[in-house]
Design a protein around this ligand. Sequence first.
Ligand SMILES: Cc1cc2nc3c(=O)[nH]c(=O)nc-3n(C[C@H](O)[C@H](O)[C@H](O)COP(=O)(O)OP(=O)(O)OC[C@H]3O[C@@H](n4cnc5c(N)ncnc54)[C@H](O)[C@@H]3O)c2cc1C
Length: 459
Amino acid sequence: MDNKLRKLLTIIPDTDRVITGDSIEEVYKSDVLGRLKGTVWAVVRTVSTNEVSGVLSFAFENDIPVTPRGAGTNLVGSTVPLSGGIVLDLTAMNKILELDKETFTATVEPGVVLQDFQEYVEKEGFFYPPDPGEKTATIGGNISTNAGGMRAVKYGVTRDYVMGLEIVLADGRVLTVGSKNIKDSSGLSLKNLIIGSEGTLAVITKCILKVIPKPQSSVSVLVPFNSLDKGIESVQHIINQNANPTAIEFVERKVIKLGEEFLQLSFPYPQAKAYLILTFDGYEEEIERNIRRIEETVRKHGALEFLRLTDKETAANVWRIRGALVKAVEAVSEQEPVDIVVPINKTAEFVEFVNKLSEKTNMQMISFGHAGDGNVHLCVLRGNRSESQWEDERKENMDKIYTKAYQLGGLTSGEHGIGISKKRYYLKETDKTNIDVMNAIKNSLDSKHILNDHKVYML
Ligand SMILES: Cc1cc2nc3c(=O)[nH]c(=O)nc-3n(C[C@H](O)[C@H](O)[C@H](O)COP(=O)(O)OP(=O)(O)OC[C@H]3O[C@@H](n4cnc5c(N)ncnc54)[C@H](O)[C@@H]3O)c2cc1C
């Protein structure tokens, strides 16, 4: 055993929590897509802040790169250990430490799985609104990517529910940023710097989250249209009604068909070309009032029907199919996932541009996503192209897609993050001074570039 490994084992006393050599599972070298791969010297499964701090100060002293990792469900290569070294697996730090019913906060370790947390607080009469599609992701991963999801229209994104964090810096120093206080004008918001930083600035070891009282009821509605444009156009009118929908999703029929085949389930109103799926939550009478207003509005703006999903099974199937779309597309072909966000009044123009590009280039491009906040999920499919064809044509089309999004005032990523896969586009779009400031922050917090080097904004 070499000296470094011997030293690491003094920090992590359980030998089965330090994995090296052939025992390292392939998943640790990549993200959920598994296409980009790195190398790993050791996987370390920490169980406490002390251990994380010990591992980081050891890595800092010995110039060993560290890649923090939650459930590994990111789609942008942000858990790929590009420079080798240690993969810090935080999934065993998975305790819900406290639900403070008086301050409406919960304190959890970073490895708590989103679904477990949502279920736990709901059983206690509370609600955690951030709801990204992949429920097996961890809270630490959600915070590090500022995960969004379907309920962002009404409730906002993960950032809006993080009150405080305990973090460990690259050299092992531990600090707390933020608190249980609702207001905070006390100095720089270091908490907000860490949220969405994709593990490049610090490792999150504790999270204080805001929870709210659980809404009494929730109702979903399906609105079919004879074109996607009509559907997306009506979103502006829906928002204007101030009827507070929790989610407004758009999806084309051709994509739903893939979901139906993938899950062997059927979706209502198959004769439509596109759909909006909405949910409303709150008190029953409030929901009823809001739904009636929206029904009137969408019928005026081209809806073919207005289907209340009152049957529990139909509602569950509709959301299951919507939730499985990324996987359904993946089952058909390799694809490049895109999560561009554009100002909400530009969503229709952006999707129309993509559809025309798809026709012109004969490369299948499937869009669906969060119509209420302009976050378009786009899957660009490889089909039966050879490796080199796929490489060339994909790059060419991606450049056009991102350029169009920027022209419309959009951004590279609405919720998935930049990682490695989107760095090329992100650096192109972002003002050099912004990138310089980000690198200056990185250098002051992690002068040796131990944490997640070469990713996101790093030159
Ligand atoms: C089918 C599917 C659907 C999805 N739908 C959505 C969606 O609707 N909305 C959305 O936002 N995302 C979505 N995602 C993407 C993904 O689930 C999110 O990015 C999620 O937040 C990642 O969490 P994770 O625990 O898997 O983190 P990981 O993938 O393990 O890590 C993500 C990043 O966070 C860093 N990190 C993880 N834990 C810590 C920590 N404790 N401290 C510091 N850094 C850390 C890692 O280094 C990495 O940079 C989807 C993914 C899939 C596969």
